[in-house]
Design a protein around this ligand. Structure first.
Ligand code: B3K
Ligand code: ZN
Length: 854
C-alpha cells in the first residue's frame, strides 16, 4: 500500500489561479468540462499532473488546441507543457446514480450533490486535488428543469436562463480562491426556509436552508442556530461573513455530519431536521453545534485552509473548540464541558490507547479518510483549549486575530497557529508542541501529603506518556492543571486556584499555611486532556462531589467515586455501595444545582468507560457490577427518584436549558426507578412513552423499556415503528435503541434487525444506527460466543463494497483485541484476518484492519 508522509511535503509544481467548470447534469451520465488556467510554480521542467479517480479523459486541449502530449499514469492525467502558463481543458463523463461511495458527485433521494473533502474532487474532474492549490471558480450547470429546478454552487449566483428542451442553466461565481475540497454543487427539487442576516458592518446576507418541500417545517431550529452562530462569531472572534448568500442543503445519504463548502454547506439531514415530535434534545443540540461548526469553518478552514492533510487539526481542532464554546454560551458551561469530556473519553481515549493511535498532527497515512478521527477533532480541540487557558481570554483573542489576519487567503500549518499563540500570547510553546507530535493520553499521578505540624501540604505530581504504535519512547508534555485545595474539616477553600504547568516528569508543589487536612481538587474544568490518579479516599471524593466550587470537578469527583466502587466490585466480586448512595442522595437533594447538572452527575459511568479503567475488560463482570449498583441506587433512593420524576414531569415541551434539564433528569430517574425493580416501573415508562409531547421523553421511555423484559417493551417498539415508519431519522433511533439494549439477547436481535426490510447498508445513518451502536454496546459486542464480532465483520465486508469510507470508520472496535481475554482476542483477530482476506478490499479497510492486527 502506498504511504503518504508529512516530511515529503513539496510545494505544488503548478498553480491553478482560475477554474471554470461546465456540468451537463444527468444522474446516469453527467459530462464535466473543465477549463484551468495553469501557472508553473518555480524553476522546473516537470509536467502538469492532474489527479483523477475513475476518470477517462475524453478530450485534452491546451490553449484552445487539441493536445496529444499527455498520458495516463495510473489514475493521474500527465500533460507535458512548455513555458510558464496555459489554459488546459478536459472533458469527462461520470455517473452520479451509481456512486455509492458518496464521494464526488452523487445522487441522494433524487438530489444531485457533491462531497469533495478530502479527495473527492478528483472523482468529478482532473485537477491538482490538494488543499494548497487555491483557485477562483466559475461554475455553469445545465439540467432538466422539472427534476432539478434548483441549481446551486459555491459563491454568489451570477446568471441563469432557459436552455430549451425542458432544460435550464445557472452560473455561479466564487470570488474567494479555494482548494478543490471546498467545491460543491447541488441540483434538486428543493424548497427554502429563508432569512436575512445583517453583518456587523451592515451588509445583508441572504440565508437559505434547502430541503424537500415536506421537510420545510423542520428547518426553523437550524436556521435560528445559523443566525445565532453568525452573530456569535462576530462578537467572540470578530469574524464576519463575506458573501451575499449562504446556502445550506440537507441530504439523507451522507458519510458524516456535514461539509463546510464555501457558501454552500451540505448537511446530513440528521443535523438539520428537527421538531419536538421527531428530534430529541441531543438532536437539537447537535444541530446547533454542527450548523455553527460548519459556519465557523468559513474562517477557520476556508479563508485559512490547510497546507496538507497532516494539518487537518488546524481547521478541525480549532473549529471544534469554537463550536464547543458557542454551544456552552447558549446554555450551561458546566453541562457542556461534562458532555464534551464524556465524548472525549468515550471516543478519543480508547483511540489513543489502541492500535490506531496517532498524533494530532500525524506523520503518515495510507487513506486520509481514516484520519477524520476523535484525535484530530476532539483532542485537537483540547490542545486549543489548553493554549487558551494558558494565554487567558484577552491574549487568546489577540492571538486568534493575529492568526486570521496573517494567514487569511493562505493554506497554513499547525505550526503557523502555534506561532501566533506564542507571539501574541508572549509565551514560549516549544515544549507544548509535543502535544501535536506525540500520541497517547498522558497519565498523571498526584499525591497530596499534609504535614500537620508544619502547616505544609506537598503535592507530588508525576507524568508518564504511554508508548503508542511507532512511538515507543515519549518525552514529558506541558500539562496545564488547574488546582485548588479545600479543608476537610471546615470545607473552606485553602487559598486560590493555581494554574500549575507540569512540564517535567515529576514536580513537587508546596502549599504553606495549611493547618487542616486538605482535599485536592485537580484538573478542574478538565484543564488538560489527561488521566489523573490521586490518593483521595472515598470520603474525600464524596466531600468534593458535595462542595467543590468548580462544577466539572464536582461531577468528576462523583464519577471517580462511582468508578472506584465499580472497579473494586468487578475485581473483588462485591463492594460497599454506601458512599455512592449517600453522595447521590446529597446531589439529588441539593437545591442550588440545576436539573441538567444533577442528571449528569448521578449517571453511572458507561460499561465501556469502566472497562477502560481495568487492565483487561471482563464485559460480564462489569455489567453485573454496574447493574448491582444501579439496583442499589434505585432501591435506596426510590422515594427521591420518584420525587424528582414527579417534579420534572409537570413540564410541557419547550426548548430551553431549564426544560431540557428537567427532561434529562426525568429519564435518568425513570431509569433508576426501573432498576429498583419497582413493579409499576414498566407501566410508568409506558405512560411516559404514550403521553410524551416530545421525542426526548418518548425515546427515553423507549430506551428504558427496550432494556427490559416487560410486555410493554414489545408494544412500545411496535407503536414506535408504526408511528414513524415514514421518517428515516426516527427509524434510525428504533434500530439504535435496540442495538444498545442491555438485554441478554441483543446479539441475536441485532442479527435479525439486519434482515429487517428497513435496514439498508447503502444509507450511512442506517448502517451506523445498527452496526455502530451495537459495537459500542460492550457486553453485547463482546458476547462470549464471538457472534457479535462475526456480525460486525460480516456487515463491514458487505458495506466495504458499497461505501468503503463508512465501513472503515466502523472497524476500530474490532481492533481492540488487546483489551480482552485470550479467547475473545483470538476470535477478534480471526475476524480481522477474514476481512483482510477479502478480494478487492478497499485501501480504507486495509489500513484500518492491518494496523489493528499489529
Ligand atoms: N470537514 C468535514 C469533514 C469531511 C470528512 C471527510 N472524510 C466536516 C467538518 O468537519 O466540518
Ligand atoms: Zn469540521
Amino acid at each position: 500500500p502506498s504511504v503518504t508522509r508529512r516530511e515529503d511535503y513539496l510545494v505544488p509544481d503548478w498553480m491553478v489561479p482560475e477554474t471554470s467548470l461546465d456540468f451537463a447534469l444527468d444522474p446516469a451520465a453527467t459530462t464535466v468540462e473543465a477549463t484551468l488556467s495553469v501557472e508553473r510554480n518555480g524553476e522546473h521542467d516537470r509536467p502538469l499532473r492532474l489527479d483523477g479517480d475513475g476518470l477517462t479523459p475524453e478530450l485534452v486541449r491546451v490553449d484552445g488546441e487539441d493536445w496529444s502530449n499527455w498520458c495516463m499514469d495510473g489514475p493521474t492525467l500527465v500533460i507535458e507543457l512548455p513555458g510558464a502558463s496555459h489554459t488546459v481543458e478536459t472533458r469527462v463523463t461520470i455517473c452520479p446514480e451509481r456512486n455509492t461511495q458518496l464521494m464526488g458527485l452523487y445522487s441522494s433521494g433524487g438530489i444531485l450533490c457533491t462531497q469533495c473533502e478530502a479527495e473527492g474532487f478528483r472523482r468529478i474532474t482532473f485537477f491538482p486535488d490538494r488543499p494548497d492549490v487555491l483557485s477562483r471558480y466559475k461554475v455553469r450547470m445545465t439540467a432538466d428543469k422539472a427534476r432539478y429546478p434548483i441549481l446551486l454552487a459555491n459563491g454568489d449566483p451570477v446568471a441563469s436562463g432557459d436552455a430549451g428542451d425542458g432544460r435550464h442553466w445557472a452560473e455561479w461565481g466564487d470570488p474567494f480562491p479555494k482548494p478543490s475540497y471546498l467545491f460543491a454543487l447541488v441540483a434538486g427539487d428543493l424548497a427554502a426556509n429563508r432569512a436575512t442576516f445583517t453583518t456587523q458592518s451592515g451588509r445583508d446576507v441572504q440565508l437559505a436552508i434547502w430541503v424537500r418541500e415536506k421537510d420545510l417545517p423542520r428547518t426553523d431550529h437550524a436556521l435560528h442556530a445559523l443566525k445565532t452562530a453568525m452573530a456569535w462569531d462576530e462578537a467572540t472572534y470578530g469574524r464576519e461573513y463575506d458573501l451575499d448568500v449562504f446556502n445550506i442543503v440537507a441530504v439523507d445519504d451522507f458519510n458524516f455530519g456535514a461539509m463546510e463548502n464555501k457558501g454552500l454547506n451540505i448537511f446530513n439531514s440528521r443535523y438539520i431536521l428537527a421538531d419536538p415530535d421527531t428530534a430529541t434534545d441531543y438532536d437539537y443540540d447537535g444541530i446547533a453545534g454542527v450548523v455553527a461548526h460548519e459556519y465557523f469553518h468559513n474562517w477557520s478552514g476556508n479563508r485559512i485552509t490547510c497546507r496538507d492533510w497532516f494539518q487537518l487539526s488546524l481547521k478541525e481542532g480549532f473549529t471544534v473548540f469554537r463550536d464547543q464554546s458557542f454551544s456552552a454560551d447558549q446554555g450551561s458551561h458546566a453541562v457542556k464541558r461534562i458532555e464534551d469530556v464524556r465524548a472525549l473519553r468515550a471516543a478519543q481515549f480508547p483511540e489513543d490507547a489502541g492500535p490506531l493511535a496517532h498524533p494530532v498532527r500525524p506523520d503518515a497515512y495510507q487513506e486520509i479518510s481514516n484520519f477524520y478521527t476523535a484525535t484530530i477533532y476532539n483532542k485537537g480541540a483540547e490542545l486549543i483549549r489548553m493554549m487558551a487557558t494558558m494565554l487567558g481570554p484577552q491574549r487568546f483573542r489577540a492571538a486568534t486575530d493575529l492568526y486570521f489576519d496573517r494567514f487569511d487567503g493562505t493554506a497554513a500549518t499547525c505550526e503557523d497557529f502555534v506561532t501566533c499563540m506564542e507571539e501574541a500570547g508572549g509565551i514560549d510553546l516549544i515544549q507544548f508542541r509535543r502535544w501535536y507530535s506525540q500520541a497517547g493520553t498522558p497519565r498523571v499521578t498526584a499525591t497530596l501529603t499534609h504535614e500537620a505540624g508544619g502547616g505544609r501540604a506537598v503535592l507530588s505530581l508525576r507524568q508518564t506518556v504511554p508508548p503508542t504504535p511507532g512511538q515507543p519512547v515519549k518525552e514529558p508534555m506541558v500539562l496545564p492543571l488547574r488546582i485548588k485545595l479545600f479543608g476537610s474539616d471546615t470545607g473552606a477553600e485553602l487559598g486560590d486556584e493555581h494554574l500549575v504547568l507540569l512540564s517535567g516528569e515529576s514536580e513537587e508543589i508546596i502549599f504553606e499555611g495549611i493547618s487542616e487536612r486538605p482535599v485536592l481538587s485537580i484538573n478542574r474544568g478538565f484543564s488538560a486532556p489527561v488521566i489523573v490518579e490521586t490518593n483521595r479516599t472515598p470520603a474525600d471524593l464524596a466531600f468534593l462531589s458535595a462542595r467543590d466550587d468548580d462544577p466539572f470537578a464536582r461531577y468528576e469527583a462523583m464519577q471517580q467515586l462511582m468508578l472506584d466502587t465499580l472497579v473494586a466490585s468487578v475485581t473483588h466480586g462485591r463492594a460497599e455501595h454506601d458512599n455512592v448512595v449517600e453522595a447521590v442522595r446529597n446531589t439529588l437533594g441539593d437545591e442550588t444545582l440545576d436539573s441538567a447538572f444533577i442528571a449528569e452527575a448521578v449517571l453511572l459511568p458507561s460499561e465501556s468507560f469502566i472497562g477502560d479503567q481495568m487492565p483487561l475488560v471482563d464485559p460480564e463482570a462489569i455489567h453485573r457490577a454496574r447493574e448491582a449498583l444501579r439496583r442499589d441506587l434505585g432501591r435506596s433512593l426510590e422515594r427521591e427518584w420518584r420525587a424528582a420524576y414527579e417534579q420534572a414531569k409537570a413540564n410541557r415541551f419547550e426548548y430551553s436549558p431549564a426544560a431540557k434539564g428537567a427532561r434529562r433528569l426525568k429519564t435518568v430517574a425513570l431509569g433508576y426507578i426501573t432498576a429498583s425493580g419497582a413493579p409499576d416501573a414498566a407501566s410508568l415508562a409506558f405512560v411516559q412513552f404514550e403521553q410524551a409531547d416530545n421525542m426526548t421523553d418518548r425515546q427515553g421511555a423507549l430506551t428504558t423499556l427496550a432494556g427490559g423484559t416487560s410486555d410493554e417493551r414489545v408494544a412500545a417498539l411496535d407503536i414506535f415503528y408504526n408511528r414513524y415508519s415514514d421518517n428515516s431519522l426516527v427509524l434510525d433511533k428504533w434500530f439504535s435503541t435496540q442495538a444498545l439494549s442491555a438485554r441478554d439477547d441483543t446479539p441475536e436481535q441485532v442479527e435479525q434487525l439486519a434482515r429487517h426490510p428497513d435496514f439498508k447498508l447503502s444509507n450511512p445513518n442506517r448502517a451506523r444506527s445498527l452496526i455502530g451502536a451495537f459495537s459500542v454496546n460492550q457486553r453485547a459486542f463482546h458476547d462470549a460466543s464471538g457472534r457479535g464480532y462475526r456480525f460486525v465483520a460480516d456487515q463491514l465486508i458487505a458495506l466495504d463494497k458499497i461505501n468503503p469510507q463508512t465501513a472503515a470508520k466502523l472497524l476500530p472496535p474490532l481492533g481492540r483485541w488487546k483489551r480482552v481475554d485470550a479467547k475473545r482476542a483470538e476470535m477478534m483477530r480471526a475476524e480481522l484476518e477474514r476481512i483482510l482476506a477479502v478480494p478487492g478490499l478497499s485501501k480504507d479497510m486495509f489500513e484500518q484492519a492491518s494496523k489493528s492486527l499489529e
